[in-house]
Structures are given as C-alpha cells and as structure tokens.
Design a binder for this molecule. Structure first.
Ligand code: URA
Length: 201
C-alpha cells in the first residue's frame, strides 16, 4: 500500500526528469530503497555514475565506504531506507568525458516535493542526512534556516513536518572521507552515536 504510493510518485518523477534540459542523466534516475517501516532514513545528495548504471543508491565508491562504516557501527543496511535529495545524476559534460557535479540549488528545490512525500510515507524516527545538500533540503522542508554540516554533524535536531515529528541527525557525506581522511574517524564516531540514538527510540 505504502510501497505502491511511493512507486506511483517515483514514476511521476521519472516523467518529470525525462523532460529536464540541464546536464544530467535523464534516462537513469535512482529512487529510494529499503523497508517501508524503516526507523532510520539516510538521505544522500544525488546518484553518481555507478548508481545510475545499476539503479540503486550508494553502490559506487562512496557507497562502498558507506557500507563499510555502517557495518562497523553495527547498523544493518538492509533495515534502513536510503534515498537521495535529487533522484537524477547531475553531470558536467566535456568533449571526451562526463563527470559528476553537485546539484544546483534550483534542481534541489524542484526535487523537494518528492523528498517531502518520502518522509511523510516512510515516517522514520530518525533522518540521517549525508552532506550539506540533503541537510539543507530537510531543514528547508521543515521551515528552518540552513546550517553547515561542520557546525551540526553528530547532533540531534528535532523537526516537525506537517505534524510528523522526527529527529534529524546530520552526518558528513561518505565521499568527503575519500578526499579528507581525517573525516573518516568523525563519520565513524557520529555513526556510533546514531546507533545509540536508534536504541533509545
Ligand atoms: N552519493 C550520493 O549522494 N548518493 C548516492 O546514491 C551515491 C553517491
């Protein structure tokens, strides 16, 4: 029932994305995955190349790092719902290469209605955002001002979205640990705190 509602929204998003003109992979959107009764939802930024190819979120290099860190924190990946703020892969196209880019503010804004629906359908107790893009997206949906990940990672922020209350738990994006090794320990420690939070609720 809930899964059917979400799938209908994903099909509508597929049509919206197919009509986009900006540089993005219009043909291979990646939607949320996981149990509909998940108590924890992770929200990433946008799919990359491996995700677009496979149709699944967080399966590329950052996804493998993410899975490893989840396992170390004893959080079962199959028990969580994983989605992205933006469901298509934003790209830079050069003459001989195609690379990932950060989604533009208007692309994130246009993706908010679907993210709002995912939150209202799955209703997780805890929403863990990965990086700045989904952090600001969730805060915007809840009518709150943007903050930076450096100031709030690993902390609990109580939010209300149309009568649905949940705890936002901001995390660094797993890809940031690839460029900044020191963040691996920070993200690992924050995931341990997240597991403790889940046990309380
Ligand atoms: N990075 C993201 O933010 N999402 C993915 O699905 C993969 C990499």
């Amino acid at each position: 029932m809930m899964a059917a509602a979400l799938n209908a929204l994903y099909e509508a998003e597929r049509v919206r994305i197919a009509a986009l003109f900006g540089a993005c992979d219009r043909e291979n959107p990646v939607f949320g995955e996981g149990p509909m009764d998940a108590r924890l939802m992770f929200i990433g930024e946008a799919p990359g190349g491996e995700e677009a190819k496979s149709g699944h979120p967080f399966v590329g290099t950052a996804g493998k790092t993410f899975s490893r860190l989840l396992e170390a924190a004893e959080i079962a990946r199959e028990e969580v719902f994983i989605t992205n703020a933006v469901k298509f892969r934003p790209v830079h196209v050069k003459e001989k290469s195609v690379s990932n880019r950060t989604p533009k503010p208007d692309e994130v804004l246009a993706s908010l209605p679907l993210l709002r629906q995912e939150l209202l359908i799955v209703r997780p107790h805890v929403v863990a955002t990965l990086g700045n893009t989904p952090l600001c997206a969730v805060l915007k949906l809840a009518g709150q001002k943007a903050v930076t990940i450096g100031a709030v990672h690993g902390t609990r922020i109580s939010l209300l979205l149309e009568g649905f209350s949940f705890v936002l738990f901001p995390l660094y994006h797993p890809a940031s640990t690839i460029y900044n090794r020191a963040l691996t320990e920070t993200l690992a420690a924050d995931l341990t705190l997240l597991n403790a939070l889940l046990k309380e609720r």
